[in-house]
Design a protein around this ligand. Structure first.
Ligand code: NZQ
Ligand code: ZN
Length: 387
């Protein structure tokens, strides 16, 4: 078991009516609030009006229109400008992971004199940040309980996972009822994203029975509850369990003591989203089975056998290779069953930029130190097998 040094300082306020706690939760941080949101779902649902009433005694500055796969330019730059100009005390994200990620970068940029991109790339350390908090409306990323922000830059085709311990949310308000209006497509994509977060921590070396058990239970929970949410979008129990399972995804708790996996599917998917602006969870679902097939070997076989038997109930007495192949097929079939388009072509990606994207992944970070190392040619092969 590997050493670790771990902290997640975020307060989770979870359940029906949790939004009512917003005034009390925000009070210690000040009265000048940057209220950031996406393309209008919170106006349609009535959440925007509710937040305005709850924050009636605050000075609110708004940053609307944050897109999925949030952009450095204009959203992050505009948010940083507003924070500095209006002397904002706290950044409040109301929406999905994209709004929250954008707000984390804004919170850091607000306390930095240079270009916030220096912080995102890690070229300069993040020494300080405004407090950031959220009311989450979509179960997927786990951003509500971690210190990551994924920011895209269209001029350079970069989509970078930025981490700083300064940008963990001060508090996250999670009312599963707020996710009732999430479309079937985004519900399925959210499930695929969260499942992949678990897989990125499960398919690695030096794991423990403890972590394996938590991961396996999460995968079974995510699959069962995604099916239930799709059958009845207002199934509170299913939405609630889904939301909590997603929340555990990215803050590292599933892999404490494990060897680092390199998060290969995320590194590859971020290139797909950066070049084609596709939905993150769909990109992950598409490349996961081809990645699994690509890395299946004598070394990795025992993990796939364990995964196949414990997640899909495959007969443990079958030959190990057969179990692994059935498990990969079952993973693909599950994603099909929740409505995910399972080829790159189906989300608008063709052969033309595959080598360029593989080169980009290999150059920016690379996957040579992943659990199963991937060279540029491996990445290109996985993309081709996903077409
Ligand atoms: O923009 P609005 O109008 O709010 O609509 C959004 C958006 O179109 C809509 N939506 C959100 N809540 C809704 C709703 N529609 C109806 N009812 C609601 N209650 O859903 C659409 C997608 O929203 P988005 O925030 O983009 O989705 P998600 O939460 O999946 O976030 C994806 C982003 O997070 C990054 C991804 O790369 C991607 O950029 N990730 C962040 C991570 C992190 N910070 O730890 C880890 C992840 O691996 C991931 O990379
Ligand atoms: Zn993800």
């Amino acid at each position: 078991m590997q050493n670790f040094d771990y902290m997640t300082p975020t307060r989770l306020i979870f359940g029906k009516g949790a939004v009512e706690k917003l005034p009390d939760a925000i009070r210690p941080y000040g009265k000048r609030v940057l209220l950031a949101y996406g393309g209008g779902s919170i106006k349609k649902s009535g959440l925007y009006d509710k937040v305005k009433v709850l924050l009636a005694d605050c000075e609110i500055v708004e940053l609307p229109g944050i897109h999925p796969n949030p952009k450095y330019d204009p959203s992050v730059l505009e948010g940083v400008r507003l924070c500095k100009e209006k002397k904002i005390d706290i950044v409040l994200a109301v929406g999905g992971g994209s709004v929250l990620d954008c707000c984390k970068a804004i919170a850091a940029g607000a306390k930095y004199d240079g270009d916030v991109w220096d912080l995102v790339t890690g070229e300069k350390p993040t020494l300080d940040a405004l407090p950031v908090a959220d009311i989450l409306t979509l179960a997927a990323t786990g951003s509500e309980f971690d210190g990551f922000a994924v920011i895209s830059r269209t001029d350079t085709n970069d989509k970078i996972g930025y981490f700083s311990e300064k940008v963990y949310p001060a508090f996250s308000i999670l009312d599963p009822k707020l996710t009732f209006t999430v479309s079937k497509r985004q519900t399925a994509a959210g499930c695929a994203d969260a499942m992949n977060h678990v897989m990125e921590q499960y398919f690695t070396g030096d794991t423990t029975l403890l972590n394996d058990g938590i991961c396996e239970s999460m995968l079974r929970s995510l699959m069962a509850n995604a099916r239930a949410c799709l059958a009845n979008p207002e199934d509170y129990r299913a939405r609630a369990e889904m939301m909590l399972a997603c929340t555990y995804g990215c803050n590292g708790i599933l892999a404490l003591g494990n060897a680092y996996s390199g998060w290969p599917c995320h590194a590859m998917e971020h290139a797909l989203s950066a070049y084609y602006d596709i939905t993150h969870g769909e990109g992950l679902a598409i490349i996961t089975p081809p990645w699994m097939r690509h890395i299946l070997s004598d070394k990795t076989l025992p993990r796939f056998v364990k995964y196949g038997v414990n997640i899909f109930g495959i007969d443990a007495t079958l030959p190990p290779r057969e179990i692994a192949e059935k498990a990969i097929r079952a993973t693909h079939d599950f994603f099909v069953s929740i409505g995910i388009p399972m080829t790159l072509r189906a989300v608008g990606i063709d052969e033309s930029r595959i080598d360029e994207m593989a080169h980009h992944v290999a150059e920016t970070g690379g996957l040579e130190d992943a659990w199963v190392p991937l060279a540029e040619s491996d990445i290109a092969a996985i993309f081709r097998a996903s077409l």
